[in-house]
Design a protein around this ligand. Structure first.
Ligand code: SF4
Length: 369
């Protein structure tokens, strides 16, 4: 897919964008993708136009999604991992007591999440293939189907046949971040374990689409490499999938590096500021009118409040990033430190205060039936 080239030509093109180019890109009909348009909107030359991008992004989002924000909660299943990702608190080299939830324990956690109002749940796990198996996830999905209208997973890459089994079990979405599209940087941060195979991970979303998954979540871990180059590669990946698989809805997430156990974010060279992230979100909105844009509790309450309604369509709330964190094992090691720690009711009140309608059910499922 040509996503791992050094990006030198992208750097030169980004630097060459003029104010006139930005004006033309903003005047064009919003919502359609071309690499040149996206490149123009994320360029340094577009930064002074961020308020106008926000206005256009808000209008386009209301046209396509109404004044709604879907709410979801992650449920972490295991923090035992066979990979050595250098930015993660679950890294296999960490010496701490690992926690795995049995299916019964996971159902008990999900009950707490459901009692808060959520009907959209994301099952998250480290790469723990001896325990978090297709059978485990299928059984869990079967137990959760009555309580949740949408069940999706964020786990290690599977084969097409395995994704198809998850889909048959009622799991309709898969989120799989490439972390970074820069092959050299990828190698540096993923020194050991199956995740060190860049191409295997890159092909994962294609396999989910081939298996018929309705929702495919893409993203990069912002902070590992230059965010502008990552945005261009991410968009190319999404565009490739959108052209081939019209029945799958693509969404983008924007995870920024967060402090984690034995990981200080100060060691990373490409940390992404609020203005950068806002520009990235708005540029993607203006190029992909129908894409879901997801903002998690990794972000601060202030940033989430500001971006709600300006392109974001889905937010988590009240999240715990440790297995058992909602109830039984509150002390288990978390994957990263959550920033927005408000309970879901407060996030709901914030959204209503901005004239937005929080939707506990998954928006797509509600409309696609
Ligand atoms: S990022 Fe995922 S795969 Fe990597 S160490 Fe953490 S839990 Fe494991």
């Amino acid at each position: 897919m040509g996503l791992d080239r050094p990006g030198r030509d992208w750097v030169e093109r980004l630097e060459a964008v003029t104010a006139e180019d930005v004006r033309r890109a903003l005047a064009a009909a919003p919502g359609s993708y071309s690499q040149n348009r996206l490149l123009t909107l994320i360029s340094p030359a577009a930064r002074p136009c961020i308020e106008e991008m926000a206005r256009l992004g808000q209008r386009l989002t209301v046209q396509r999604f109404g004044r709604t924000i879907g709410l979801y909660a992650p449920l972490y299943l295991s923090n035992r991992c066979i990979n050595g990702c250098l930015y993660c608190g679950f890294n296999c080299t960490g010496a701490f007591e690992r926690t795995r939830l049995t299916v019964d324990q996971a159902v008990a956690e999900a009950e707490i999440i459901a009692a808060e109002g959520f009907r959209d749940i994301l099952l998250v796990s480290s790469e723990d293939p001896k325990f978090i198996t297709v059978e485990y996830l299928s059984e869990l999905a079967g137990r959760l189907r009555e309580r949740f209208s949408s069940i999706s997973v964020e786990i290690y890459p599977l084969s097409t046949a395995e994704y198809a089994r998850l889909f048959a079990a009622g799991i309709e979405g898969v989120t799989l971040y490439q972390e970074t599209y820069d092959r050299r940087v990828y190698g540096r941060y993923h020194p050991t374990g199956p995740k060190s195979d860049y191409d295997e991970r890159l092909q994962g979303p294609l396999r989910t689409a081939l298996a018929g998954m309705r929702q495919i979540g893409l993203g990069v871990l912002l902070g590992l490499a230059d965010w502008r180059l990552e945005t261009l590669a991410l968009a190319e990946h999404a565009h490739y999938l959108m052209k081939r698989f019209w029945q799958s809805r693509i969404s983008f997430s924007f995870p920024r590096l967060r402090p984690a156990r034995d990981v200080a974010d100060s060691q990373f060279e490409h940390l992404v500021g609020d203005a950068d992230l806002a520009q990235m979100i708005l540029a993607l909105r203006l190029c992909f009118a129908d894409a879901g844009l997801v903002l998690s509790t990794r972000e601060s309450a202030a940033f989430r409040d500001h971006m709600a309604g300006l392109g974001i369509t889905r937010m988590s709330a009240g999240s715990r990033t440790n297995p058992g964190g909602y109830g039984s094992r509150a002390g288990a090691v978390e994957q990263f430190a959550v920033d927005d720690q408000r309970p879901p009711a407060q996030v709901v009140a914030m959204l209503r205060g901005k004239g937005l309608d929080p939707v506990w059910k998954d928006w797509d499922s509600a409309f696609l039936g």
